[in-house]
Write a protein that binds this ligand. Structure first.
Ligand SMILES: [Zn+2]
Length: 186
């Protein structure tokens, strides 16, 4: 049997989603193993991107894989450690979902192009331009690493309207086609 390790995904209400990630200063086999588990989790949930705090780690790591998205079949999956956007350009609005907010889709406006500085698993630094959906996914995941969710882009009124749905998610009164974290008692 293949060594697959799918991690439960934290959903809205879990504290770790509101915590800022910590800079990764050393990597080893366990880092590589964790990233492999992140990809297994991402693929099993049919997502395009995942941040480490969505699966229980405070490390500043995100992954993206758009190879199953039309128009992005030729793109390689990417592992991004300690990301920093050093330049951004343009604006675009697009409907986003989030594995930590199952069932919720929101129109989010973000820069269209970004120049990203990041490190790989050997902590070598790279600078790379991203645009379109790739730039969007990376910015969404960087938000996660800063403790930010797409609902934070909503105006007060729209957030209020969404509150009953968020309460259901927080209480796990929902059906999700992937494994989610256990509801924290309160
Ligand atoms: Zn998300």
């Amino acid at each position: 049997m293949e060594n697959m390790a799918k991690l439960p995904i934290n959903i809205v209400g879990d504290k770790i989603l509101r915590q800022k990630a910590k800079k990764v200063t050393t990597t080893d086999d366990s880092t590589v193993e964790f990233i492999k588990d992140m990809f297994d989790t991402l693929h099993a949930s049919d997502g395009v991107g995942l941040a480490a705090n969505q699966v229980g780690s405070r490390d500043a790591i995100l992954i993206a894989d758009l190879s199953h998205v039309e128009g992005y079949e030729e793109t390689d999956p990417i592992v991004v450690i300690n990301p920093k956007i050093i330049k951004s350009e343009g604006n675009s609005t697009y409907e986003e979902g989030c594995l930590s907010l199952p069932g919720i889709k929101l129109e989010i406006t973000r820069p269209e192009k970004v120049l990203l500085r990041y490190q790989d698993t050997d902590l070598n630094t790279h600078e790379e331009n991203f645009s379109g959906l790739f730039a969007r996914v990376i910015q969404h995941e960087i938000d996660h690493l800063n403790g930010k969710l797409i609902i934070d882009y909503l105006e007060e009124e729209a957030l209020k309207n969404l509150e009953p749905e968020l309460q259901k998610l927080k209480a796990r009164e929902i059906e999700v086609p992937y494994s989610v974290s256990v509801h924290e008692a309160f």
